[in-house]
Ligand binder design. Structure first.
Ligand SMILES: [Mg+2]
Length: 393
């Protein structure tokens, strides 16, 4: 098969708020080859990624992503790896290229799976997908009482693990943060796994993070996520030495496999969290999952948006029973929740499994999301480089 089209669609909620919710807009990618179509979602700033897709060449390591994908042969998984390598080499200096590549790479796997009638994880060598325990991923509320109510609600929904993050956490006093964490624990009860996401709030300030450790330990928190920015490896390592029963989790910011592997090698983390929509796609996430497993670090997906993204994020570690937790979006905006007409549902044991259908196994409901499509045109010297394509199957 030859890749004949790569199209990008910028969709957005009517209002985008200044909150830690990445489901408010979306860059959806459609790839065509042979008689087949594949879909993927980038974890990205959509307009920035469109620019990286079509920008004029600045020099040989600064070329548009599209140029490395169109008219390529796609006959097996090795072709996807080869194409990704060419994008990385020829768009080396475009900082958003990894994010753009991720959605394209995911769409290529979806397309290839449909073409050969296999789920993506089977193409990665996994015949039977292992069930995962989904953790509900929620934002801390403005007050401890509201967080407690939210925690109770998630417990009644049957979640065996819940993560609270962002919101006011880390932005006020140590005591206020402790109140939030204890409220979450009270609402969940003693037997639900509790995770806390600091959303990089302390930059690389180890002491600020360490002051929160006692309340996290008292509340039996399994992991403290992203206390620091992704590259602050010395800070991660210093906190990991002091964090006792609370393990550190990070990796969602990694936009290539090497960055995630550095966190594993030098950051002292216990959980590596990978967003397939940012790291370069399913192939790079699969590489990190294997690397982590060999070093006793648990792999977890990072997914806060649609079930198309959720399916893509489950594929790289579908075969690993030891990697038992998975992030499950529960507060995504309508744009993300209506993108697919089918969903990855929680079974009677409170677990989810990667879809068994070909490709990513998700059916898109384009009529439902078409109202969110933005009309974009990019022109240079009167020549149109990009115009929003028709959003059709
Ligand atoms: Mg996070």
């Amino acid at each position: 098969m030859k890749i004949t089209a790569v199209d990008a669609f910028y969709l957005s909620m009517p209002e985008v708020l200044d909150i830690g919710d990445g489901s408010q807009d979306m860059l959806l990618i459609r790839v065509r080859a042979g008689d087949h179509t594949g879909w993927g979602e980038c974890e990205t700033s959509p307009l920035t990624s469109i620019a990286s897709l079509v920008c004029p060449m600045s020099h040989s390591a600064c070329q548009p992503v599209l140029a490395s994908v169109l008219r390529q042969n796609l006959n097996g998984p090795a072709d996807i790896g080869r194409i990704a390598g060419e994008v990385r080499a020829r768009s080396l200096d475009l900082l958003q290229a990894d994010h753009t590549l991720s959605g394209i790479e995911i769409a290529l796997w979806d397309l290839l799976g449909k073409a050969v009638d296999e789920p993506v994880h089977a193409l990665l060598g996994c015949r039977t997908a292992a069930p995962k325990t989904p953790y509900a991923s929620a934002l801390f509320a403005d007050t401890p009482q509201q967080t407690l109510d939210k925690a109770r609600h998630l417990r009644t929904q049957g979640f065996r693990a819940v993560k609270f993050g962002w919101g006011p956490y880390g932005r006020s006093t140590v005591a206020a943060d402790a109140d939030q964490v204890h409220a979450a624990r009270e609402g969940l009860g003693a037997d639900v796994v509790l995770l806390v996401d600091a959303g990089t709030v302390w930059g690389e300030d180890v002491e600020a993070a360490a002051l929160r450790l006692p309340s996290l330990e008292q509340a039996g928190v399994l992991w403290l996520e992203e206390p620091f920015v992704s590259g602050a490896l010395r800070a991660y390592q210093a906190l990991a030495r002091r964090s006792g029963s609370v393990r550190l989790a990070a990796g969602e910011g990694a936009h290539n496999a090497q960055l995630a592997e550095h966190l594993i090698d030098y950051g002292g983390i216990g959980f590596v969290q990978i967003d397939t929509g940012r790291i370069g796609g399913i192939g790079d996430a699969f590489r990190v999952a294997g690397y982590a497993r060999e070093r006793g670090v648990r792999f977890v997906n990072h997914t806060f948006t649609s079930h198309l993204a959720l399916s893509a994020s489950l594929q790289p570690f579908a075969g690993s029973g030891a990697d038992w937790l998975c992030e499950y979006p529960v507060e995504a905006k309508t744009l993300a929740t209506t993108l697919t007409s089918n969903r990855i549902t929680i079974d009677g044991n409170g677990q989810i499994t990667a879809p068994r259908q070909p490709g990513l196994g998700m059916r898109l409901d384009l009529d439902a999301v078409r109202p969110y499509l933005l009309d974009i045109e990019v022109a240079v010297k009167g020549r149109t480089l990009y115009r929003t394509p028709d959003l059709v199957p």
